[in-house]
Write a protein that binds this ligand. Structure first.
Ligand code: NAD
Length: 494
């Protein structure tokens, strides 16, 4: 509950870890190479972070392999692993304020969200998998007494986790928690745009008692990800990021050792408002948050707003009213709900979409840069009204605070538009008619469907992932363990 000034004071005092963490130590990169890490708040240089290369990757893989084969983690009982991971939970909780500050400085998200969503969500995820892992048992297969046969689960081995910049700590933990709980050794490759929290938590893992080599953190650009995906001694890559990179990783796997590849990719999720929506203002507020939260840099953002034509005018008025809450501001000000985009390069890309949008749809709000802080990369919340959803801004993932409203006349048209996408990560549906809801929800080709809410109930029991080109496999829930465990049949004649 600090004031803006107090958060700024705290930010001045931060001691930022910038070295790669390999085989249980902050060693930096062997070459001494670094890259600049700047804050999108004002463009200020935050750190010069290790740029790892092939030698560093080899060292980390060797340490991961050695720790895996030694059994120091992989063959500990689940209960022992749980104890270490819960100590890590306690340490992360003790450092939650520092982690939230790092996240806000590094990616520009409002401080209240860094605390309440990113850091709290990462800790909750780790605690959930730590608590779950000693409750997952194998199977004994019934027979006629001449065989004793079991189905058991074992860790996959050495896992490379490659994560994006939009929720750096939470995306990292969505991989680390299930992978480590299951007994794997993990090499984490944070995004070059937001490496700071990943580096910080590695030291806390060591303090918690995670054996050396079980976790390495390898900062650097896409080349590090490429080295991991081609590496012959890595068993699995768990990736979250863009479709283009996901494809490269699949190719690298095919060209090397056919390592398992799990992809969590992009989205262009449809938020459908039917004419019998019960609380139109609440739906409009949720629709605004669905696209402007985290400045729209959310894989499951409600970037396509499908509104039934009979309520279009009323809904637009309510939406624009709700959008006014999202005034670009300094993310350390607790009142701010819309921070900068992750960097100038990304802002340029989003602005190119806006410029293109002006030629194919009607700009209803925003579209301009904002400058609440000099040197930052801010964009006003932007709304377009499209004709039919075939516009480029209505089809491609923009990953910014840019909403495409698409009118529709009837339910079949809404479902057709919603599903006419290469993506299938999430969808939402607003209606007061239960029969209608039950008829429509199963027709939506998406991994998550929210009804009369958006982005609600961040509960680890729900698997998260996509249909179609939004990826394969699921993060969160016990289903996530399938990514990080081999399933073994042991058939013994007695
Ligand atoms: P990106 O694909 O550019 O980068 C992701 C990571 O891959 C980074 O760490 C990057 O350094 C690394 N990388 C780059 N080139 C690589 C290569 N050739 N081989 C291996 N790794 C490489 O994505 P981004 O811009 O960081 O993130 C935005 C994307 O992530 C969006 O498409 C978004 O929808 C998606 N995303 C998906 C989910 C989900 O759960 N489905 C969650 C968050 C973000």
């Amino acid at each position: 509950d600090y004031t803006f000034e107090k958060w700024q004071d705290k930010a001045q005092q931060l001691d930022i870890e910038q070295r790669a963490f390999i085989a249980g130590e902050y060693t930096g990169a062997q070459s001494g190479q670094t890259f600049d890490c700047r804050s999108p708040i004002d463009g200020r240089l935050l750190a010069r972070v290790s740029q790892c290369d092939a030698d560093d990757v080899d060292r980390a893989v060797a340490a991961g392999r050695q720790s895996f084969e030694s059994g120091v983690w992989s063959r500990q009982s689940p209960r022992q692993r749980k104890a270490v991971l819960l100590r890590w939970v306690a340490l992360l909780s003790g450092h939650s304020e520092e982690l939230a500050l790092l996240e806000t400085l590094d990616v520009g998200k409002p401080i209240a969200e860094s605390q309440g969503v990113d850091v709290a969500g990462a800790i909750y995820c780790l605690e959930w998998f730590a608590e779950a892992i000693d409750k997952v048992a194998g199977e004994v297969i019934p027979g006629d007494g001449s065989f004793h046969s079991t189905v058991t689960r074992e860790p996959v081995g050495v896992v490379g986790a490659i994560v994006p910049w939009n929720f750096p700590l939470m995306m990292a933990m969505w991989k680390l928690a299930p992978a480590l709980a299951a007994g794997n050794s993990v090499l984490l490759k944070p995004s070059e745009r937001s490496p700071l929290t990943a580096l910080r938590i590695a030291g806390l893992a060591r303090l918690a008692g995670l054996p050396d080599g079980v976790l390495s953190v390898l900062p650097g650009d896409g080349r590090v990800g490429e080295l991991l995906s081609h590496h012959p001694d890595i068993d699995c890559i768990a990736f979250t990021g863009s479709g283009a990179t996901g494809r490269r990783i699949l190719r690298a796997s095919a060209d090397s050792n056919l390592k398992r590849v799990w992809n969590e990719l992009g989205g262009k999720s449809a938020n459908i408002i039917l004419d019998d929506v019960e609380d139109l203002d609440a739906a409009a507020q949720a629709a605004a948050a669905a696209i402007f939260y985290n400045a729209g840099q959310v894989c499951s953002a409600g970037s396509r707003l499908l509104v039934q034509r009979s309520i279009l005018q009323r809904f637009k008025v309510a939406l624009l009213e709700a959008a006014r809450e999202f005034v670009p501001g300094h993310p350390l000000d607790p009142a701010t709900r819309l921070g900068p985009l992750v960097d100038q390069r990304h802002l340029d890309l989003v602005q190119q979409y806006v410029a293109h949008g002006e030629g194919e749809a009607q700009l209803v709000a925003g579209g301009r840069r904002a400058e609440p802080v000099a040197g930052g990369s801010y964009l006003a919340p932007t709304v377009f009204e499209c004709k039919d959803g075939r516009e480029r801004i209505a089809r491609e993932e923009i990953f910014g605070p840019v909403l495409a409203i698409i009118p529709f006349d009837d339910v079949d048209e809404a479902v057709a538009i919603a599903n006419a996408s290469d993506y299938g990560l999430a969808a939402a549906l607003w209606s007061g008619n239960l029969k209608r809801i039950h008829a429509i929800a199963p027709r939506l080709r998406a991994g998550t469907v929210w009804v009369n809410c958006y982005d609600a109930l961040a509960d680890m029991n729900f698997p998260f992932g996509g249909y179609k080109q939004s990826g394969n496999g699921r993060d969160n829930s016990l289903h996530a363990l399938d990514k990080y465990q081999e399933i073994k049949s042991t058939i013994m004649q007695v």
